[in-house]
Design a protein around this ligand. Sequence first.
Ligand code: GDP
Ligand code: ZN
Length: 452
Amino acid sequence: MEETIVAPATAMGEASIHIIRLSGPDSARIIGECFVPKSKERWSLQGNFTLYLGTFKDGERVLDEVLISKMSAPNSFTGEDVYEINCHGGPFIAQRILNTCLRHGAHLAEPGEFSKRAFLNGKLDLVQAEAIIDLITSKTESSADLALSQLSGGLSKQIMDLREKILEILAFIEAGIDFPEDDVESLDRNALNYRIEKAISITNDLLKGSKTGKILREGLLTVIAGRPNVGKSSLLNALLKEERAIVTDIPGTTRDEIRESVNVGGILLQLVDTAGIWESEDTVERIGIERTWAALKKADLIILVIQANVPFSEEELTIFQTYAEKVIVLVNKIDLLNNEILSINNIEHWIPFSVLLHQGFDKLEEEIKRRVYQGEVKNYSEPLLSNARQISSLEHSYTALQQAKSSLNSLMPWDIISIDIRQALQYISELTGHNVQESLLEDIFSRFCIGK
Ligand code: GDP
Ligand code: ZN
């Protein structure tokens, strides 16, 4: 970490300002060589957190009038000496300044390298580091709030507490191994059981919240299903037009299906458009039909559109029965019912709807929110685990704790139990970054942009 790194911290188009960020042991020297402060007296005071106005020079040549922010080690973002050069927002100007820093000995930073240094210097844990990427890429208010709450460290604290508990269990077991007296032993087993159960319950709570967290972060994979002409495309278009539509390229999106992201009541829906597939079902498109079923299976949510007072088709019924827990039934075109009474056989909950008259959208939004929050989470700024890697580590840890509990209950020797607890500790440490492989770090930080 001896190198000093430099990178543009802003997107390099035309803008009012650009920021070039320098971090590392040589950054003070580089700034000293290139920056001429307007007020020499102020500069000589050398505060640790200060802004300075002046000119940035390459030799004798003035490149721009700039504002320098100085943030000294160890209290900067990276924990190193950091200087940010605020220059005028021409890409050409920023590039010249960047090149000058490189010529004076800085190295171009890799994506995420500033954040990686912040992590390695103990300024951030991995949960917080990953929250930064999420914050930058968040597409709804609720996913941004969620990332912010993770960044602020509330979630990290809960996980650190859990890790602490597991460490205590290990210490407790070690003590038990040291004093294997029989009557003390039986007493201790109860105490140990209590401690393990406590850790399991904390893990369980974190995992419960993570379901909501993951949805807020990644959105709900949503399939609009229904037979031809019921109004699927009309609904899709209305949602895209009404709600702020966001076109995104979400990692993991397969190429053969079109996904549109739409923000419904603060929840991101990734709408999978299988309309075409459904509509081609008459033309013996077996592959298409199979794909639709695959999409339905994968979906987090199915919006099944049926038409008012048209009996259920066999297919609609099958969808409803197979996926009852994730289907919302919209009965569309209620505007066509003059004075007929709307009757739906077979199902209890459905939403009367009319794309044409714009009826039912509120109810749909309510129903989606109800399902996401399930009455358990009222506030999205509550810190929730949302990241798939972190959730997987926690799940592994949960399994190891369960294993420890069952070893304990089947009266296994303590050193066997301690193996399970060590395993649980290993997974939790991976989550927070206490004990993590270099390749995983590289993988995480390479998802950041340059300059972050
Ligand atoms: P899809 O085949 O399921 O995608 O159905 P479309 O969205 O293409 O709609 C089929 C027809 O139904 C079109 O002519 C729409 O204008 C019409 N339609 C859609 N929603 C409504 C509605 O709420 N009321 C009425 N009366 N017509 C609708
Ligand atoms: Zn259609």
